[in-house]
Design a protein around this ligand. Sequence first.
Ligand SMILES: [Zn+2]
Length: 301
Amino acid sequence: MTTPPVCNYEGSDYQSSFWDKGGREYEDRTEAIALQRLLPKSGHLLLELGAGAGRNTPRYLGFDRVVLLDYSRTQLEQAQQRLGKSDKYIYVAADVYRLPFITGLFDAATMIRVLHHMADAPKALGQVKNVLEAGGVFILEFANKRNLKAIVRYLLGRQQWSPFTWEPVEFAKLNFDFHPKAVGNWLKDLGFTIEKTLTLSHFRVGLLKRIMPTRILVFLDSLFQWTGAWWQFTPSVFVRAKAEGGRRKGEIPVSLFSFFKCPDCEHSPLTEKKGYLECSNCRKKWGVKDGIFDFREPIAN
Ligand SMILES: [Zn+2]
């Protein structure tokens, strides 16, 4: 099956180089505030798409269980070390374009700093819609091409691409910025209703970050986030969307193994075997090793 290319963080020290030592405390703390404002207070089962090393996962406290999904197994291993192997967390290595979950499984999903790497964003968003139940909440962060810096650069003739047109811009390989209207339209076409929009990183400017105390910038950003309801000119935008239609509430299967479907032929349930899950339809085997379900490639017979 051919799917769009995937940005793979396998073996990456992203958590340590970008977050822990990368001077991104401001971005991290403003995201925590946005999540608090957008997340439901409680819930049963949340899907975290592109969970990475689990930086945001402890912020989903109100949910009984969280499925951490990432394409990179090493990222999930880092998340396991951070969060532990409790029943609360389920680790899944899979391709966002071929989600291995049954329809309507989740009551919430988050995708933060992930759409940024999607060559086919509508396709990925469609997969998310499919695994959300009716009324399910989707919290999506995307990188905004129509940000103030891009506008100024464009007007000064220092940037070729227009921040005002709706098509995504790939400014580096597998790194995309999106127009807020385009993202809004994709969500609407898929059957989502946008309930809230917050803008983040109003002060993502090197000089400001150096001279102003982080807590002041975080405080100011938290006030400005609400202006996202009216206009979006920051590099990062969060939306909370509600899934309309789909499977009814309250039908989450009891057994963990009945969460899954075969990502190749979509058959479910899969049969639990020692060290793998087997699809009784196409006979593919999907590995389960050290607490990580792996749906990227079937294991060889
Ligand atoms: Zn199958």
